[in-house]
Design a protein around this ligand. Structure first.
Ligand code: GLA
Length: 437
């Protein structure tokens, strides 16, 4: 009896020591659409009915996601950001949607999404007010608000951090995690907490974040410009030694929305954002107008291989391997089945740069690899030792999916007299992932 009790205690202790946000959500980076960057806090439904923050905007985007091929690729979240609520809580103290702009209420909107195989995300703020000045969630309202979101059948919740101090945030973010879990409804939980604490240890505890949040904003808001995208890229890769180990299935760093399809990026810059967000295992929330998006931007956002790389089930965040003085960076992400992704990125502003290297210089082990160029769709075989040249446009990328070296593996060829799998495969035994530089 006594031994059993001790064992039980031990198991309980071990469980609490390894407690993670075990809501089963977001085992791969979430994908969808988020209103903020493109539509901000446009309240002028009278003069700008198509673009103001109202249920019509979210219905329009849901229709586009469902009808224009996005949903099938994984873009399933439709996320409301700031400025959705009424300025006052209801008579029971609950948050409520602005009755003019969301006459059918959030629950109806969630049902609209669910009927189309989509999910609804909602926004709130740990503090007295949201960043836009709407009612916030102070510590005493956390349980009530979590229950309200669950009652509304919300699938994801972004918890911003305006108008609160570090001590309140330290209490509020874990409490909201518990409160959401306690509702019994799986709700993906996005925490802006680290962004309010500078994004780096010792102020930010990434172990704790991984245990309480599914994703978190580490850094400032993205704006519709290349400057802003580049600034984010620089910060995330300068701090990759801290950030990359924090990410994994169910817990992601969030460098903020994709602005591909808006006004600030060229096609090359758009490919660069898509490629590096895939390398970073970043959530892919587009903030653009899916009703009027150009076919060029759509092709980039719907690139199947870029999405496969982003959604790789191993969930390892990639890194910068090389930062050349001449303005070329090389990024790498290990993928499942011993595959990997490479991105050659140019910071130059003159002309396409012919960058020469080899896979062995990039720490790949000996062998012949299958290369698939993500944005041209061309394939080729490449030996580790063979020097190659990629031509990288100014502020653009070349992105490769690299398959493991082909290797004859009789185990996979005949099993019980029948051919079971490919004659050549990823060579699990001998394909060692490249070493970090
Ligand atoms: C903050 C967040 C943004 C957005 C706005 C809304 O700035 O970081 O992503 O939610 O608030 O007011």
């Amino acid at each position: 009896m006594c031994v059993v009790a001790v064992l039980l205690l031990l198991v309980a202790a071990l469980c609490s020591a390894t407690l993670a946000l075990d809501n089963g959500e977001m085992r791969v980076p979430p994908m969808g659409w988020l209103a903020w960057e493109r539509f901000r806090c446009d309240l002028d439904c009278e003069h700008d009915p198509k673009n103001c923050i109202s249920e019509n905007l979210f219905i329009d985007m849901a229709d586009r996601l469902a009808e224009d091929g996005w949903r099938e690729l994984g873009y399933v979240y439709v996320n409301i950001d700031d400025c959705w609520s009424s300025m006052k809580r209801d008579e029971k103290g609950r948050l409520q949607a602005d009755p003019k702009r969301f006459p059918r209420g959030i629950k109806e909107l969630a049902r609209y999404m669910h009927a189309r195989g989509l999910k609804l995300g909602l926004y709130g703020d740990m503090g007295t007010h949201t960043c836009g000045g709407y009612p916030g969630t102070t510590l005493d309202n956390i349980d009530l608000d979590a229950q309200t979101f669950a009652d509304w059948e919300v699938d994801m919740f972004k918890f911003d951090g305006c108008y609160s101090n570090a001590t309140e945030q330290e209490q509020g973010y874990p409490l909201m995690s518990k409160a959401l879990n306690a509702t019994g409804r799986p709700i993906g939980y996005s925490c802006s907490w680290p962004a309010y604490q500078g994004g780096l240890p010792p102020k930010v505890n990434y172990t704790e974040l991984g245990q309480i949040c599914n994703l978190w904003r580490n850094y400032g808001d993205i704006q519709d410009s290349w400057d802003s995208v580049l600034n984010i890229i620089n910060w995330f890769f300068e701090n990759q030694d801290v950030l990359a180990p924090a990410a994994g299935p169910g817990k992601w760093n969030d460098p903020d929305m994709l602005i591909v399809g808006d006004f600030g990026l060229s096609m090359d810059q758009s490919r660069a954002q898509m490629a590096l967000w895939a390398i970073m295992a970043a959530p892919l929330f587009m903030s653009n107008d899916l009703r009027t998006i150009s076919s060029g931007a759509r092709t980039i956002l719907q690139n199947k291989m870029a999405i496969i790389i982003n959604q790789d089930p191993m969930g390892v965040q990639g890194r910068r391997l090389v930062k050349e003085k001449i303005g070329i960076d090389v990024f790498w992400r290990p993928l499942s089945k011993n595959a990997s992704a490479l991105v050659f990125f140019s910071r130059r502003t003159d002309m396409p740069y012919r960058y020469q290297t080899s896979l062995s210089k990039l720490n790949y082990t000996a062998g012949s690899y299958e290369i698939y160029d993500v944005f041209t769709g061309k394939s080729m075989a490449l030996k580790d030792s063979a020097p190659f040249v990629v031509s990288v446009n100014p502020t653009g990328v070349v992105m490769w999916h690299v398959s493991a070296p082909a290797k004859w593996n009789p185990r996979h060829f005949y099993k019980g007299g029948r051919r079971q799998g490919p004659a050549f495969d990823g060579g699990e035994e001998n394909a060692v992932p490249p070493v970090f530089l």
